[in-house]
Design a protein around this ligand. Structure first.
Ligand code: IMP
Length: 180
């Protein structure tokens, strides 16, 4: 089984480039069916979702818009992890069909804290698409509308996801290897 080293840790291949790209085509078909003639606005959450967002958007053959935001949690000068600010969100969301693009939903905390910000803006609809979901790790009550792969609760890297800054450029997704 091909494995790689990122920083000090060994990772084993978990999803091939082919697996990922086939799943993205499936997700794009579903989104096309659900959003035809609605000119949806995709909001991709940086950094991790940049590759997934790009590939899913390329596979959509309907009118659609995309923007990219970063999330930061602040209370005054101190990070609390509770109050989420979106950097780069300058679009008017009123009456828009909005779809958030995430790379992975782990505990669900990030999106759970961020969603109310968007709900205030009276969107026509608000949905979430994520490439990866760790159901066993998700403790915040989130409705995820489109899921690429449900995966075990193990750390993964590649295809946009990093381990301490590295691994984002890998075309495949790798899972932390079991210690021997
Ligand atoms: P949550 O708020 O716990 O759902 O975490 C969401 C964010 O944590 C993701 O957008 C990722 O940036 C990061 N994350 C969670 N699990 C992993 C992982 O297995 N590998 C890399 N990043 C992860």
């Amino acid at each position: 089984m091909p494995s790689i080293k990122v920083h000090d840790k060994e990772f084993e291949i978990y999803l091939s480039e082919h697996d990922i790209q086939e799943k993205i085509k499936e997700l794009a078909k579903q989104l096309e069916n659900d959003y035809k003639d609605k000119n949806p606005l995709f909001i991709a959450i940086l950094n991790g979702s940049f590759m997934f967002a790009s590939d899913i958007f390329k596979n959509l053959n309907i009118d659609a818009e995309i923007c990219f935001i970063k999330l930061a949690s602040y209370k005054g000068m101190k990070s609390t992890g509770n109050v989420i600010t979106a950097i780069g969100l300058d679009q008017d969301l009123y009456n828009r069909h909005v779809i958030i693009i995430e790379d992975i939903v782990d505990t669900g905390k990030t999106l759970y804290n961020f969603l109310p910000k968007l709900q205030h803006q009276q969107t026509a609809s608000l949905k979430i698409v994520t490439l990866l979901h760790k159901p066993d790790a998700t403790t915040f009550p989130l409705k995820i509308d489109y899921i690429g792969f449900s995966i075990p609760n193990k750390f993964v890297v590649g295809y946009g996801l990093d381990y301490d800054g590295l691994g984002r450029n890998l075309k495949e997704i790798y899972q932390l290897a079991q210690p021997v």
